[in-house]
Design a protein around this ligand. Structure first.
Ligand code: DGJ
Length: 569
């Protein structure tokens, strides 16, 4: 056979294609993120995965013995994933000598209990402070320098201005990720990594050691400025406002660009912080230039650490945030430079190796915070939040309205096995997760969060207007549990006149976008999903569908109805 140059190339390409497609059929890919419409999903073993998780207390995973009685309770809580700390001090007790016995033990137990892990890398920082670096780092502050506050004193915080700090952390993290690739590269027990914990400078609005002061006095780096100019149309409104207020300059120092840093005369915990001011203050930016500068420093440091880990084993990585909030409204009262919504653009520029910027979401403004964390396509993963009834509602809302990848209440040791609200909600969610995952990012699904003080929401989904109401059933309806809320309702449009609705303590009313038309309930069926298959229960009608117009959802647990509506004049 005569083989010319082109047929040789074609043969080689054919070979590569065959090998690649054969490999993709056989080799399960490692956990990674994939876009589906406007959503970003976590894909595990070739399928999108909804992370129904909870986070252990900080010290729990440091002892396999302590963990032993906890595993069955985690299973009983219907989690599919546990968030567990792996600390620098325990894996590298001596410089360059790594000990992964604890990691291996966690993997073994997680697998035995059919659970996944998200590993939290507690290293240079945890809640703004540095407590998890090994003793050989803690005790050598010449080699591993600390940040300083305005009084010139060191703070117990590793400075971001030191390459030695960053590189030592990155080396240890790379070793951990190499080990994970070796022991978990095929099994995929570990889904994602949290890099550090709630980073940022606590106790002052910025680091004031000599190197930090010198960097702060310099112009904002040109590449960051170029990035902000290029992304001006999509910048976080908070950052845009600080920049606009100072004249949209395209060159200058941090203070010239974004306003004065912390005035020396203002005490961090001063008497000016009265209750009514707290309420106004917490959403405002105070000392933006200090916070933006720290965001740039932390993001670049964390990026080096994450990138060193990804070079070994490239699974999704996120950073979590101690949020600005009432009670700690000013940078330094919350860790300054952490990935709060106002500095997301700086983090995106500084830390491209980080896939997700995550909120630790304990504050009351749950929906508002989810909205601030999904701007510009940031995927939503909530690594810390509440459990119980509120947690159940939060999780359903986040998955249905914000295409969340995962939800995780904090401190599961306390409530595993006893929090029936969360366990039942997670059980319910795992039965409907294929449906939720199939609809994320497609515009066919939404959700509401309701409670007695925010009792009604109206929206359009598909061809109909929908009113969702917090509903307390009348006594004759065998109410079993009158709850103060909050609850969630999740709505999926499955056809021109068809909906799947999940909820609890919920009344749902349909109306037409054309005022001349009425809308009636054609059929209404309750049921459950078993192994992805709809198993119908009662056909609901009469008292269960009052006036044949509103759907009512039971008050003791989340349930599902399939409904077909119709129009009449
Ligand atoms: C937020 C931190 O990220 C957690 O590690 C833990 O300290 C909780 N706060 C405690 O509420």
């Amino acid at each position: 056979m005569k083989l010319n140059f082109h047929s040789l190339i074609a043969a080689c390409v054919g070979l590569v294609l065959t090998t690649t497609s054969a490999q993709s059929q056989t080799a399960p890919t490692i956990p990674h993120l994939e876009k589906q419409g406007t959503a970003t999903q976590l894909v595990v073993d070739g399928k999108p995965f909804l992370v129904l998780a909870a986070e252990l207390h900080n010290s729990s995973a440091s002892s396999l013995e302590y963990m032993k009685p906890l595993w069955p309770k985690l299973v009983a809580s219907h989690l599919n994933t546990v968030l567990a700390t792996v600390s620098w001090e325990l894996i590298e007790p001596q410089e360059g000598k790594f000990d992964f016995r604890l990691v291996d033990g966690l993997l073994q137990e997680a697998r035995a209990n059919d659970l996944h892990l998200v590993i939290l890398w507690f290293a240079s920082w945890k809640n703004g402070k540095s407590n998890y670096q090994p003793l050989w780092v803690k005790t050598d502050q010449t080699r591993f320098p600390l940040a300083c506050s305005s009084d010139g004193k060191s703070m117990p915080i590793m400075t971001t201005l030191s390459d030695a700090n960053r590189d030592a952390d990155a080396r240890a993290f790379a070793a951990l990720m190499r080990h994970l690739r070796e022991v978990d590269g095929k099994q995929h027990t570990v889904l994602m990594i949290q890099v550090e914990n709630e980073v940022g400078t606590l106790g002052d609005s910025r680091d004031r050691n000599p190197a930090a002061n010198e960097a702060f006095a310099k112009p904002v780096p040109k590449d960051l400025m170029d990035y902000l100019v290029q992304h001006k149309n999509t910048l976080a409104p908070e950052l845009l406002k600080a920049w606009a207020t100072n004249g949209f300059k395209t060159a200058g120092t941090w203070e010239e660009m974004f306003g004065p840093g912390k005035p020396a005369s203002v005490e961090l915990y001063g008497p000016d912080l009265t209750d009514d001011k707290k309420d106004i203050y917490w959403r405002q930016l105070n000392w933006a230039s200090d916070e933006f500068f720290m965001a740039w420093r932390y993001s670049m440091y964390v990026n080096k650490v994450a990138a060193a880990g990804k070079a070994e084993y490239d699974i999704p990585m996120y950073v979590n945030t101690w949020l600005q909030q009432q009670g700690c409204p000013r940078p330094g009262e919350y860790p300054s430079g952490g990935p709060t919504p106002q500095v997301h653009d700086i983090w995106r520029f500084g830390a491209p190796a980080i896939d997700i910027l995550s909120p630790d979401l304990y504050i009351d403004q749950f929906a508002e915070t989810c909205a601030r964390y999904t701007r510009n396509g940031n995927p939503l993963f909530i690594p810390e939040s509440q459990a119980g009834l509120r947690g159940a509602a939060n999780a359903i809302y986040a998955f249905g309205a914000c295409n969340a990848i995962g939800y995780s209440p904090f401190g599961v040791d306390r409530f595993a096995g006893s929090d029936l609200e969360l366990a039942r909600a997670y059980d319910f969610l795992s039965s409907v997760s294929p449906l939720i995952l199939a609809n994320q990012g497609k515009g066919t699904m939404t959700a509401v969060l309701l409670d007695p003080t925010n009792a009604t929401q109206t929206f359009q989904l598909g061809n109909y207007k929908i009113e969702a109401k917090f509903w307390t059933p009348p006594p004759w309806a065998h109410a079993t549990n009158t709850i103060p809320g909050p609850i969630a309702g999740l709505f999926i449009s499955t056809g021109p006149d068809d909906y799947i609705i999940m909820g609890r303590n919920l009344a749902v009313n349909f109306s037409s976008t054309n005022e001349a038309e009425n809308v009636g309930i054609g059929t209404d069926e309750e049921g459950v999903y078993e192994n992805g298959r709809w198993v119908p229960g009662r056909r609901l009608n009469g008292d269960e569908v009052p006036e044949w117009k509103a759907l009512h959802f039971r008050d003791d647990k989340y349930s599902i109805q399939h409904v077909k509506v119709y129009r009449y004049r």
